[in-house]
Design a protein around this ligand. Structure first.
Ligand SMILES: CC(C)(COP(=O)(O)OP(=O)(O)OC[C@H]1O[C@@H](n2cnc3c(N)ncnc32)[C@H](O)[C@@H]1OP(=O)(O)O)[C@@H](O)C(=O)NCCC(=O)NCCS
Length: 147
């Protein structure tokens, strides 16, 4: 990938991420996305301008870094599509399990993960810290096979 392509892609991802995470947790900057894309342990699945998901793979365990779909294009199967594609990518790269953390009040994401075969393994109390309140995180896991 050329520098220009990498910069454009990082900006595109950062713009979309900002629309999806307006408050907390804070959105990743274009620089952060550039670091992710340069790092061979990070994997991206993207529907250009619509949505994307990123995971990091370390020692056969993939972890979801983020997933975001344009607020105007939700409930059209884009989240499921990019997450499915990401799962296939990390499985083919050697992951045998996929873990993620989700805020306990994020019902849309919880439903998406459950639909894709993830199961809740534990709760991390007050994991997300907002200005005036805290939210628990639920840790989800799915075992993977190479496809
Ligand atoms: C979570 C998110 C990625 C889902 O993306 P999406 O493209 O709308 O999801 P899909 O259309 O693929 O939906 C797949 C399934 O997820 C569940 N789901 C998605 N949005 C939902 C909602 N608003 N309410 C309830 N269930 C929902 C449903 O089970 C849905 O299947 P169905 O439409 O057949 O009922 C999207 O809402 C988003 O970007 N949210 C903001 C960022 C975020 O919270 N990321 C997760 C951080 S852990």
């Amino acid at each position: 990938m050329t520098i220009g392509t990498l910069q454009k892609q990082s900006l595109r991802l950062a713009n979309l991420h900002k629309q999806c995470f307006r408050h907390l947790p804070p959105p990743y900057s274009a620089n952060s996305f550039q670091e992710f894309l340069r790092n061979e342990t990070y994997f991206l699945a993207e529907e250009k301008y619509k949505g994307f998901a990123i995971a990091r793979l370390v020692s056969e365990v993939a972890e979801l870094i983020t997933i975001a779909v344009d607020p105007n294009l939700r409930r059209k199967g884009i989240g499921k599509k990019v997450l499915d594609e990401l799962i296939n990518k990390v499985a083919n790269a050697g992951a045998n399990q996929f873990i993620l953390e989700v805020a306990s009040n994020n019902q849309a994401a919880i439903n998406l993960y459950t639909k894709l075969g993830f199961t809740a393994v534990c709760k991390r109390k007050n994991y997300f810290r907002y200005k005036n309140f805290n939210v628990d995180a639920i840790v989800f896991k799915r075992l993977l096979e190479m496809v």
